[in-house]
Design a protein around this ligand. Structure first.
Ligand code: NAD
Ligand code: MG
Length: 386
């Protein structure tokens, strides 16, 4: 009998988190769900806890903690609140693998805590690698921890690698749907609304990543994520717009061969692969039908209009704490856009200004990244209220 893998899901109430629970539910003999956590959604967290009976739950928002405790006290489920608790629960002895499915910079410290406790990571929270790629990869090496990508593009690349032996990667192509504003000019982008930006053509995801997809920032973050995950130079990473989102990404090897991974856009497969690696388990997910997609098309991204993409490559080239600054600015700007405080084009503008203002640190440690994050947030706030 195979030993069940002990799983912690950080952000179980979100888009990735709820789909991960579906995967876990489909294979009860494989997984032992130990921990689930949420930021604010106490009601859903309670429902999930009553259904899956994890050992521990954490709610970030402590004002609702009492309700969760009351709902779960009979169940022998430990209930904790606040940020610190996230770092503690991931270190529990019965956890083997931590799925980081929370949004943004908030994922950094719990991911570090999990690696230090030698837990493998299924990484959805790409922002953590953007903020602290060097630090995270060094820690993973030191503690002999595997980081399995959940992001569909990175999972696609990861799925292309087995069997290649010494045939190293020459370059990769990250595919991008182009989002709801593909083909728009700067003039057209100037007046787009939040409602338009929140309507992704192919994927249903959390609000932050949906806005990032519309602004191409998501692809920019993914370029930096790929750099760290696969140890590639910026010049080995290309972005190609593929509106159908069927080819999830491609790898070109040193012998000139190109491999791609294809499928309907559904995050459950990459989530499942990260949770079961190196095994692949059969699924009942809907299958791709060629007749429904007579054409798969590819085009170059428009770097001049979607400047976030350009900024991301620049941040990657500059290195050090600059990607951290870009990420922080973007988190603040996206939130401000969601709150109707700024226009769509101002997101990239604020990102660019903030990146310029932050003082450069070549080899930032955690303290320095924490400082960069707060400083960049302050600069971005100032740019918004200007
Ligand atoms: P989401 O907004 O749907 O869910 C986020 C989850 O994290 C929720 O459970 C929320 O309660 C929790 N959370 C949010 N902020 C928190 C905080 N400060 N502290 C503690 N918990 C917090 O987001 P999502 O779309 O599931 O995305 C999660 C991560 O996965 C992001 O980094 C995103 O870029 C990445 N990702 C998502 C998708 C997708 O299809 N949704 C695809 C690829 C990568
Ligand atoms: Mg992706």
């Amino acid at each position: 009998m195979i030993k069940k893998r002990g799983i912690a899901i950080l952000g179980s109430t979100g888009s990735i988190g709820t789909q991960a629970l579906e995967v876990i539910e489909a294979y009860p003999e494989r997984f032992d769900l130990q921990v689930i956590t949420a930021g604010k959604n106490a009601d859903l967290l309670i429902k999930q806890a009553l259904k899956f009976k994890p050992n521990m739950v954490v709610l970030g928002d402590e004002s609702q903690l009492k309700a969760v405790k009351e709902a779960l006290w009979k169940e022998d489920i430990h209930v904790y609140g606040g940020e610190e608790a996230l770092c503690q629960v991931v270190q529990s002895t019965n956890v083997d693998l931590v799925l980081t499915a929370l949004v943004g910079y908030a994922g950094l410290k719990p991911t570090i805590a999990a690696i230090e406790a030698r837990k493998d990571i299924a990484l959805a929270n790409k922002e953590t690698l953007v903020v602290a790629g060097q630090l995270i990869m060094n820690l993973a090496r030191t503690y002999n921890v595997n980081i399995y990508p959940v992001d569909s593009e990175h999972s696609a690349i990861f799925q292309c690698l087995p069997g290649e032996g010494g045939n190293a990667i020459e370059k990769i192509y990250l595919t991008a749907s182009g989002g709801p504003f593909r083909g728009y000019s700067l003039e057209q982008l100037a007046t787009v609304t939040k409602a338009q930006a929140l309507k992704h053509p192919n994927w249903s995801m959390g609000a932050k990543i949906t806005i990032d997809s519309a602004s191409m920032m998501n692809k920019g973050l993914e370029v930096i994520e790929a750099h760290w995950l696969f140890n590639l130079k910026a010049s080995q990473i290309d972005v190609i717009v593929h509106p159908q989102s069927i080819v999830h990404s491609l790898v070109q090897f040193k012998d000139g061969s190109i491999k791609a991974q294809l499928g309907l856009p559904d995050m459950k497969l990459p989530i499942q692969y990260a949770l079961t690696y190196p095994e692949r388990l059969p699924t009942e997910f809907p299958r791709f039908d060629f007749a429904q997609y007579p054409q798969l098309t590819f085009e170059k991204p428009d770097f001049g209009t979607f400047t976030n993409l350009k900024l991301s490559f620049q941040a990657l080239e500059k290195g050090g704490n600059i990607p951290c600054a870009l990420n922080a600015a973007n988190e603040v700007a996206v939130q401000a856009f969601i709150e109707d405080k700024i226009s769509f084009l101002q997101i990239a503008e604020i990102n660019g200004l903030t990146m310029e203002r932050v003082s450069f640190v070549a080899n930032p440690d955690l303290t320095s990244l924490v400082e960069t994050n707060s400083m960049a947030r302050r600069f971005a706030e100032e740019a918004i209220s200007f």
